[in-house]
Design a protein around this ligand. Structure first.
Ligand code: SF4
Length: 247
């Protein structure tokens, strides 16, 4: 396997040097880091409970709409205690711009109630004292919180913990590159893609890995017509080579 750490990713000049998915993941990381300029600045300063609610709102919803719904919820209920005790109709009204507000309102209230009961307070700051995997298991005990949401809370919030979220763009690029199989769904892909990266990578390096694969999916490896001719990963990518009919 190629040697790599946070500061000096592998320099690989040809696909022939790659041996296995771990190598491929490192070379993809190095190339995309050069394109998108790692380290990528963090986009969120939210404390972890706010990040969790934000993630729940964002499911199947555009970022702009879920961001607006989050602000609307905070404006109407300045504390999470107030949301926990609010009428469902009032929560639903505040988050009306997201997909399925009628399902998300009760889910948010249920999760707040469950966290309050289990943690003894409406805060997730204590997760900072747990190893990342334990913190994720703690979050995933609640219905509606899967690997994507638990990783997002740890990686994106002010916790800045070591976790690798996988969104639909990241998942699509990884699948086209062959990092994950064609039938591997987003949920199970989290463990596979994390295991391909060095165990000792920092929170920033894992965050970068997610962000650059997501950015590549948004800017180059589009859902409908990927721009393979312009892609820096073309020589590594079976899908791209097949599309352009190259060996
Ligand atoms: S070569 Fe094409 S399919 Fe492969 S990662 Fe690049 S844009 Fe996506």
């Amino acid at each position: 396997m190629l040697a790599a750490n946070d500061h000096s990713p592998p320099k690989v000049v040809s696909a022939a040097e790659i041996d296995g998915a771990g190598d491929l993941a490192l070379v993809v990381h190095a190339r995309l880091c050069a394109v998108y300029k790692c380290p990528i600045p963090y986009f969120s300063e939210k404390e972890p409970l706010s990040e969790l609610i934000s993630a729940l709102l964002s499911h199947r919803t555009r970022n702009a709409a879920s961001g607006k719904a989050f602000k609307s919820l905070r404006a109407r209920f300045p504390t999470w205690e107030e949301v926990m005790r609010a009428d469902l109709s009032a929560i639903e009204e505040a988050i009306a711009g997201v997909t399925w507000p009628e399902l998300k309102a009760p889910r948010i209230r249920e999760i707040l109630t469950a966290i309050d009961a289990r943690a003894g307070r409406l805060s997730l700051d204590f997760l900072a004292d747990l190893p990342a995997e334990e913190a994720r298991r703690w979050l995933e005990q609640f219905p509606g919180i899967g690997p994507k949401t638990s990783a997002a809370v740890l990686a994106f919030s002010s916790l800045r913990m070591r976790a690798l979220p996988v969104d639909s763009h990241h998942h699509r690029v990884a699948q086209r590159l062959g990092l994950i199989g064609p039938k591997v769904d987003v949920g199970p892909s989290h463990a596979i893609l994390r295991a391909q990266l060095p165990a000792d990578w920092s929170a920033q390096a894992l965050y970068d890995n997610h962000e650059i694969l997501m950015l590549h999916g948004q800017k180059v490896c589009h859902h409908r017509s990927p721009a393979c001719k312009a892609c820096v990963l073309l020589d590594l990518c079976p899908t791209g080579r097949q599309r352009l009919d190259r060996p």
